[in-house]
Design a protein around this ligand. Structure first.
Ligand code: GRF
Length: 180
């Protein structure tokens, strides 16, 4: 059973849903995330855990972890989630939190990976799927696929196409390990 964390438009969440993966709960740090609407459209429980409503980030993450556990989540899938997770949250799902990132890590970590690759003028960038630790896009790498930088006008679109194919496949495999 998958719990997805989202902050944005949710195209990766949609790819997981379209692949028929068992997403049972979707949470966000912001109530404005269009991704939440995609989950609601499929009748999946959603919730927002805003930092405004909790004393600090650790407390927020603990409430979030409990909510996910209550929904039977075994594997936490970050799908465009824009907050770092605190250690107490990571300890609730050891080795069971995965992220997709639009570069060949360790190149171009952070929130502007595609722009950074374009600015650096590398020949290729790509997509990385990795387990999540306390760092910014630093956990153990599970899968990578290169994407040529040129033509640059279509780079973003081509990266997202790779994400939408690769992420559901890796998540499907992880689920076999995560599920008891
Ligand atoms: C994706 O490019 C993903 O790699 C990154 O954030 C973006 C999320 O897009 N972590 P979406 O919300 O899934 O459409």
């Amino acid at each position: 059973m998958i719990g997805a964390l989202v902050s944005g438009r949710g195209s990766n969440l949609q790819a997981l849903l379209d692949a028929g993966l068992p997403v049972v709960a979707v949470a966000s740090n912001t109530r404005d995330a269009p991704a939440l609407e995609r989950a609601r459209a499929q009748g999946i429980p959603t919730a927002t855990f805003s930092l405004d409503c909790h004393p600090d980030r650790t407390e927020r993450d603990l409430v979030l972890a409990t909510w996910l556990e209550e929904h039977g989540v075994e594997l936490v899938v970050l799908a465009g989630y824009m907050h770092l997770l605190t250690k107490p949250f990571l300890e609730r799902f050891p080795g069971r939190i995965v992220n997709v990132h639009p570069s060949l890590l360790p190149q171009f970590p952070g929130a502007h990976a595609i722009e950074d690759a374009l600015a650096a003028g590398v020949a290729e960038t790509g997509v990385t799927i990795h387990l999540v630790d306390e760092g910014l896009d630093t956990g153990p790498i599970l899968a990578q696929e290169p994407v040529a930088l040129e033509p640059r006008e279509t780079l973003e679109e081509r990266i997202h196409a790779v994400e939408h194919r690769l992420y559901p496949a890796v998540v499907r495999d992880l689920l076999k390990v995560a599920a008891p």
